[in-house]
Design a protein. Sequence first.
Length: 116
Amino acid sequence: MGLQAFVELLKVDGAAIASLAGFMSLGIFAFVQALKVLRVLKTSETTGVAALAIGGVEGALVIAGYFLPAFVPVGIVIYAVAIAVSTAALGYEYLAKPIMGSARPEAPVSTEDFNA
């Protein structure tokens, strides 16, 4: 490989990186908030560690997809499942629970209903 070919490999697509960073930050934020709503994360220290861990997992998925293009569909499914779980937990806490609570105040609903 010549120097010119190596320099071509190092060129960076700024728009693609910004788009990827946006999707990753959405996933980190949504999943951390869902873990807080589900009361898995209770302190600011564990929340910070969880955000870093989730970011590391997302980064590993991106790197795996870069070096193993056949892994991309699997990575997308993993990301989609994390976003779906987050959407369900946050949707319950901030949409369904208040609506059901105001419609039927005599039968309150809480996330403790799901804890065993």
